[in-house]
Design a protein around this ligand. Structure first.
Ligand SMILES: Nc1ncnc2c1ncn2[C@@H]1O[C@H](COP(=O)(O)OP(=O)(O)O)[C@@H](O)[C@H]1O
Ligand SMILES: [Mg+2]
Length: 406
């Protein structure tokens, strides 16, 4: 166990009463019990879904149930003026819940969309049982008839995707320290899923910029747990499963063979971290061919230190500590290694990021930039980047390569 994990568990013991620990233990047992969900189709689907949530949640589901009528009132009949965004699974509306006077974000899943009952159930159960400052809070849900609606805490600064790739007129560019705060937050969220949740890790599986939401102080929270998967138990390093996720963010071994592990999330984290540093989308079809795939574009730049600053987002206008940029790129390179076993644990990444944050304003010891040393042989020692450009790409949306959505 690393020193950091020790600190975490000490903190937890101090914070939580014995009663809460017992409840957490029961919660995580509950989590393991819904690894193999079963589903019903037909007109009783809604009632069945609500019953399953009750049964599998074993009394631990704090999320409220809403009627469709209540959510119609809260969103002004799902009015376009309340629209916050639209994803692959449905539309998200700003909503005011009268009874609690709470502002929320309501995601109405498209009944004909990709996300089915399984993903809805997994999302409700996961977010009801897992609690961490860097995971979005689920306020409630509605499963009336064929409606599948999720009610989340409202995140005033929207998604990381909007900030990195939106138009500058609507969102000013994020400064370096805010970017690093976001990276550290999501790394902590992943660390909780991978290393704190027991008896098995939770693999998030859909780590991407649009699933990272930001509160008023740019604290980052992971959202969208519909694809999350209970990880391997015991000595096993991975679970074999259908390939789901978003093209560009998927780790190569997972995209090619369906072998899913916590290290698949670490790869996706590396992709998002590189997007944050460069301000470039992992896949950008509007760019010239050699720049369409961010990982392929970055690979030759990683090999020459003099070119590291070329990777920094031009919108930063040079306002970043060069040493921290080097260190951040070192972390990225390690996370993007093709071989999952050589990628770091997310807890090691968290430790590295804390170090980076402590030294955030210091540029001393930055080696002469004219030095031509490649990254190999330095702290970047053994890494390689995946360059296969056209893995399971279907319009930048979540894809189920094998078709049955599991
Ligand atoms: N809890 C929330 N608070 C504020 N905005 C949100 C929230 N959830 C989602 N959104 C907005 O709605 C958009 C669509 O979200 P989503 O349906 O999860 O699709 P995707 O993840 O593919 O972007 C997000 O990009 C974000 O701008
Ligand atoms: Mg999302």
């Amino acid at each position: 166990m690393s020193w950091f994990q020790c600190c975490m568990s000490e903190e937890r013991v101090n914070r939580n009463s014995l009663k809460k620990s017992i409840k957490e233990y029961n919660d995580t047992k509950t989590l393991a019990s819904f690894a193999n969900l079963s589903f019903k189709s037909g007109k009783n689907r809604g009632r069945y879904t609500r019953k399953e949530i009750k049964k599998l949640g074993k009394g631990n589901i704090l999320a409220q149930t809403f009627t469709f009528r209540e959510l119609c009132v809260a969103t002004n009949n799902f009015n376009d003026q309340n629209l916050l965004g639209e994803g692959g699974f449905g539309r998200v509306y700003k909503a005011f819940i009268q009874t609690t006077k709470q502002i929320t974000a309501v995601k109405r899943l498209d009944p004909n969309g990709f996300q089915g009952d399984r993903e809805f159930l997994v999302e409700v159960l996961m977010l009801s049982l897992l609690h961490h400052p860097n995971l979005v809070n689920l306020v409630g849900y509605c499963a009336d008839a064929n409606q599948r609606i999720l009610v989340y805490e409202f995140m005033p600064n929207g998604s990381l995707e909007d900030h990195l790739f939106g138009t500058p007129s609507t969102k000013p560019p994020l400064d370096w320290n805010t970017r690093m705060k976001i990276v550290e937050g999501v790394a902590r969220g992943l660390e909780y899923l991978h290393e704190t949740v027991k008896p098995a890790p939770v693999i998030y599986r859909d780590f991407k910029a649009s699933n990272i939401l930001l509160d008023e102080e740019f604290n980052a929270k992971l959202s969208d747990f519909g694809l999350a998967k209970i990880g391997p138990i015991g000595d096993k390093s991975h679970v074999s499963t259908r390939v789901m996720g978003t093209y560009g963010y998927c780790a190569p071994e997972y995209a090619l063979t369906g072998q899913l592990s916590t290290k698949s999330d670490v790869y996706s984290f590396g992709v998002v971290f590189l997007e944050i540093i460069t301000g470039r989308r992992v896949i950008d079809t509007t760019k010239p061919s050699e720049q369409k795939n961010l990982i392929s574009w970055a690979q030759p730049l990683f090999k020459d230190r003099r070119k590291f600053t070329l990777m920094a987002d031009p919108k930063l206008e040079g306002n970043y500590p060069v040493k921290a940029l080097y260190q951040a790129l070192a972390v990225v390179a390690m996370c993007l290694q093709d071989e999952p076993n050589t990628r770091p644990l997310i807890s090691d990444v968290v430790t590295a990021l804390r170090y980076l944050a402590v030294n955030k304003d210091s540029d001393e010891d930055v080696e002469d930039e004219s030095e031509t040393e490649s990254v190999s042989g330095s702290e970047f020692s053994s890494y390689s980047c995946s360059t296969s450009p056209d893995r399971n790409y279907i319009g930048g949306k979540n894809v189920d390569v094998e078709g049955d959505g599991r």
